[in-house]
Design a protein around this ligand. Structure first.
Ligand SMILES: C[S@@+](CC[C@H](N)C(=O)[O-])C[C@H]1O[C@@H](n2cnc3c(N)ncnc32)[C@H](O)[C@@H]1O
Length: 226
């Protein structure tokens, strides 16, 4: 497992992958032990989006679901979010905490267990006074898991919560996305124009029925020069 450095808001963000986290049943490394390309895409997308899509991270409450090594959530903190909760299954939490500390973001980033579909939500959500942004990268890999994820999203999201998700488009991705549609979410693919670097990947905004969606023009992105 390695260490990845990317620059966010003029500062280095360091992500350590985890060496020693295994599924107790299969003995295989947990998938959240390493950084997936969707997380890199979402992080890049957020850097471009800052200030351009009527979303300013400054002062926002953010939660990341299935955070793995935590890059998108840590990017949100670097872009000015005041409170970020990185969530995943229990065995990944020590590594996530390590990545928070490695970047000196312990004052605004917390780590908590959140199992999709569970009735138990992180206690921190109670005192946040609402979640402004939900981040997810590479979490559409299994139809049953996506159904559970849809249930959790509906519990977390308020009327104004923005939800961004990045994923690699695989043969089963459409079935997973349909699960979210059956939970009442509309999916709008966001024009990232990062396609030269991320050919088979997409960024989506999940829109709840009570929310409107701004015109595509307002969301269109400039080309990324990097
Ligand atoms: C493919 S990995 C992506 C990790 C990270 N978001 C990234 O893009 O680098 C999927 C993540 O979803 C988490 N996950 C899978 N099923 C979950 C569940 N039922 N509840 C909570 N997290 C889950 C895994 O632990 C893992 O961290």
């Amino acid at each position: 497992m390695g260490m990845i450095e990317i620059e966010v808001a003029g500062e280095k963000l360091v992500i350590h992958e985890f060496d020693d986290v295994y599924d107790s049943v299969t003995g295989r490394a947990l998938t959240g032990s390493w950084l997936w390309d969707s997380a890199l895409l979402l992080s890049h997308w957020m850097m471009i989006a800052q200030g351009r899509v009527e979303f300013d991270f400054v002062g926002k409450n953010v939660i990341e679901l299935g955070a793995g090594t935590g890059l998108p959530g840590l990017t949100a903190a670097r872009l000015g979010a005041s409170r970020v909760i990185l969530t995943d299954v229990e065995p990944l939490l020590p590594g996530l905490k390590n990545n928070v500390e490695a970047n000196g973001l312990g004052d605004r980033v917390e780590v908590s267990r959140l199992i999709w579909g569970s009735d138990e939500l992180p206690s921190q959500l109670g005192d946040l006074g609402g979640v402004d942004l939900v981040l997810m990268s590479d979490v559409f890999f299994d139809v049953a898991e996506t159904a559970a994820l849809g249930k959790t999203l509906k519990r977390i999201c308020g009327e104004k919560t923005v939800v961004w998700a990045a994923c690699e488009v695989r043969p089963w991705t459409g079935d997973c996305l349909n699960q979210l549609v059956s939970h009442g979410f509309e999916l709008v693919e966001l024009p990232s124009q990062l396609s030269a670097d991320y050919g088979n990947f997409s960024v989506f905004r999940l829109v709840q029925p009570t929310q409107g969606f701004e015109s595509e023009k307002e969301w269109s992105m400039p080309l990324l020069n990097c």
